[in-house]
Ligand binder design. Structure first.
Ligand code: PHE
Length: 341
């Protein structure tokens, strides 16, 4: 009946016994997989037994083949049962669906950017272009061309950060007035947003860096009426249609006449409250008619053109708009604060 020291029939019986014994010990997913490879894999024991089938006596082949198929099916069944029993445990180890998800933060523009965008949109709607200029500026543009006398206190080291004796961090966006006029002929309608620097003692209402929007309008026969109408339109759109403005005489070297612009307090409508310090009015910008000396420094003929300019603090307007009581919050980038806007 048999040909070798161990017949194929005997090898099938031995293989089955060994495979069953080993399967009981395969308790981990890795051990189970190793068991499958060893017994059912392409180079596993069952495959080797099938390969030996042609060597068996012709009369026994059919029966041995059936027994081998039965063994293969039995072992495959064992494997499938063990694998599906382990599956929930494997899945649970990979992903615990009861854990809270990982939060994805959604970003947004900084509150200052939001307010600045609103401000610029109002002016672009009036036909103003938007321009930007250098924060590291020549003293000539920041002071001399703007008609500051040589000994003006704003030039003092205590007020201005100097890079060297000719170069400084701009203290205002006004130097862009002359840069723009030097780069193009009139008419000019432009707003200039940007960061400015002053050597300040920092507290709730003072920072060493803050933001301004400069405005410049130059053409023939531009008057204070144009200035007032432009600013009134701006404050109504930004703070509400009930907002009124008033001009108070002021002094800037680069405008004549110069004014401080107040608007009615949008919190109390002018009656007086905490926000406006009971005044009913809030100061929002400096402005005036462009000084002839500034036109001259820019290469414009003050006999031919007139113009108005204004400058306002973006940080201050953002604080007013949103009731923010400490300027430092705008620079600290605490997400808990910024996420409110
Ligand atoms: N540059 C002035 C400031 O920083 C503001 C201003 C701009 C005033 C333009 C008049 C005209 O205070």
């Amino acid at each position: 009946m048999s040909t070798g020291p161990e017949s194929l029939g005997e090898r099938i019986v031995a293989a089955r016994a060994a495979a069953l014994a080993e399967s009981a010990a395969a308790s981990t997913a890795e051990a189970l997989e190793a068991w499958r490879v060893r017994w059912l894999g392409r180079r596993g024991t069952v495959a080797a037994l099938f390969a030996a089938l042609p060597e068996a006596a012709a009369a026994e082949r059919r029966e041995l083949g059936q027994r081998l198929n039965a063994l293969k099916n039995e072992l495959q069944g064992l494997y499938d049962a063990a694998a599906s029993a382990a599956a929930p445990a494997v899945a649970a180890a990979a992903v615990d669906v009861t854990l809270p998800g990982r939060r994805r933060w959604v970003g947004r523009p900084h509150v200052l950017s939001q307010v600045l965008d609103e401000m610029l949109a109002i002016f672009t709607g009036l036909g103003f272009a938007v321009a930007m200029g250098p924060e590291v500026e020549l003293e000539a543009y920041n002071f001399d061309f703007l008609n500051f006398p040589p000994n003006h206190p704003a030039r003092d080291l205590q007020d201005t950060f100097y890079v060297n004796d000719r170069v400084l961090l701009r203290t205002q966006t006004s130097p862009m007035q002359v840069r723009i006029m030097r780069s193009q002929p009139p008419p000019v309608r432009v707003v200039v947003p940007g960061r400015v620097y002053r050597n300040e003692q920092i507290d709730a209402t003072h920072a060493a860096e803050f933001h301004q929007v400069e405005g410049l309008y130059v053409d023939q026969r531009v008057s204070m009426v144009d200035l007032k109408a432009t600013i009134a339109h701006f404050t109504r759109l930004l703070f509400g249609t009930d907002t009124a403005i008033r001009f108070k005489p002021h002094y800037f070297p680069f405008t004549e006449p110069s004014v401080d612009v107040d608007m009615t307090c949008f919190a109390c409508g002018g009656k007086g409250c905490k926000l406006c310090g009971n005044a009913g009015w809030i100061e929002i910008m400096g402005a005036g008619m462009v000084h002839p000396n500034v036109f001259r420094a820019a290469g414009y003929d003050p006999e031919q053109v007139t113009g108005f300019a204004f400058g306002m603090g973006v940080d201050r307007i953002a604080m007013l708009r949103h009731g923010i009581d400490d300027l430092r919050l705008l620079l600290e980038n605490d997400v808990r604060f910024l996420a409110q806007f």
